[in-house]
Each structure stands twice: as C-alpha cells, then as structure tokens.
Design a protein around this ligand. Structure first.
Ligand SMILES: [Zn+2]
Length: 85
C-alpha cells in the first residue's frame, strides 16, 4: 500500500513538470481588480466576467490576464481574444 502510494507521488511530481499534459476545460476565478472584485468564468467554450467592460466588448482586462496566465493550459479556442505578441 505505502510503496504504491510513493510510486503515485513520484509520478505526480513528474507529471507536474509537463504542463502540456493538462488542458483546462473550464475555469472559475475571483479576480481582485484595482477598483472592484470580479467573477470570471470560462464555461462551455465561453468567457464571462461581471465587469461593465465585458458586457460591451465580450472581453476585458480580467479575461485577458487569465488567458495570459493560463496560456499553456487553456485550449486554443479559449485564447481567441488574446492579442498576438
Ligand atoms: Zn472583466
């Protein structure tokens, strides 16, 4: 029992160094903005944010920040509104 758990821990450490193995299928975050708190979600392939800007533009600094933070873990389609470098 104990030795098999040790094996899993070692495997987990190896996996943790290979972020390409993980693609986030959804994301829920409390975003502490400069002026207010916002709820940001990526659900069923769509972003949402509770800030006013998002309501008009369907993206905002909070969504873009999360896209940048999780660039490697988010699926390609989740990065659509991220400006090219
Ligand atoms: Zn926002």
């Amino acid at each position: 029992m104990r030795s098999s758990l040790i094996g899993k821990i070692e495997k987990a450490r190896r996996y943790a160094k290979e972020p390409g193995r993980v693609t986030l299928s959804g994301l829920t975050a409390d975003f502490h903005g400069e002026n207010a708190e916002h709820k940001v979600n990526y659900v069923d392939g769509k972003w949402s944010c509770t800030c006013d800007f998002f309501g008009q533009w369907e993206t905002c600094s909070h969504v873009m920040a999360l896209q940048e933070m999780f660039k490697q873990e988010l699926p390609r389609e989740a990065l659509a509104s991220l400006p090219e470098d």
